[in-house]
Ligand binder design. Sequence first.
Ligand SMILES: C[S@@+](CC[C@H](N)C(=O)[O-])C[C@H]1O[C@@H](n2cnc3c(N)ncnc32)[C@H](O)[C@@H]1O
Length: 258
Amino acid sequence: MSDEKVIPTPERVSPRRRGSYGVDAPYAVAFIGALVVAELVVAIIVGKVLPFLAVIFVTAIFGSFLYTTRRGKFVVWAELLDGLNLRGDERILDMGCGRGAVLLMAAQHLTTGRAVGVDLWRRVDQSGNSVDATRRNAVAEGVADRVELHTGDMTALPFENNSFDLIVSSLAIHNISGRAGREKAINEAVRVLRPGGRLMIADIRATRDHEAQLAKIGMNDVARRRLSWQFWWGGPWAPTRLVTAMKPERRNDPAFST
Ligand SMILES: C[S@@+](CC[C@H](N)C(=O)[O-])C[C@H]1O[C@@H](n2cnc3c(N)ncnc32)[C@H](O)[C@@H]1O
């Protein structure tokens, strides 16, 4: 019998979390919450049906937003990561990892691999955002030994060319203002992705631009699709979309020169 150590294959990862992940866009959440209260007051004062219908409408948006940020995005990303059938030895990068919602679930699929998060820890984009909060979550989820955190801008990633097997990004690239900045982030992702590596971007805005830029710089299998209702931002008219692509293997493909 061989003495070689057998590394167990990672199990299916549950979307249930032990860490604390805050809420995305906390000022938007506060604004919509305040709107619900204000509309309710108006409806009570006016005493007509129409203002109450408006209250129901805004409450539905508020509920959808809160559900997505607290639970839905974890459920959807758990499925997406499960579907990748990772071996466990990959190097994974999460661009704009925040408090680690996706990064730490990805790390749970790893054995000898590494999950690397890069972020500017902006609190307007996620409540309580900080490198320390993410580090505490990595400990809470039992993956601190597989996680690396970097403070950096995704438009100028502090990593070598071709150094990741998989790059993910969730609700982050749209936060970069201006199309040129977002294109830079996409180019950077492709630069640090290894040939044959995969890219998955879930975002609420500018996904058509992400898709067009990936196609323009020569990525393979570029696709864009709606994610399930569990990832809606305020109802069916505000879905999150997933953009996926693969870096070509051939050295003379344009994606190598970004
Ligand atoms: C809405 S949060 C999402 C965080 C995490 N991906 C998630 O799904 O929970 C967006 C994140 O993008 C980060 N971010 C925004 N602009 C960035 C930039 N230029 N470089 C790196 N991170 C950035 C913010 O600090 C924030 O953590």
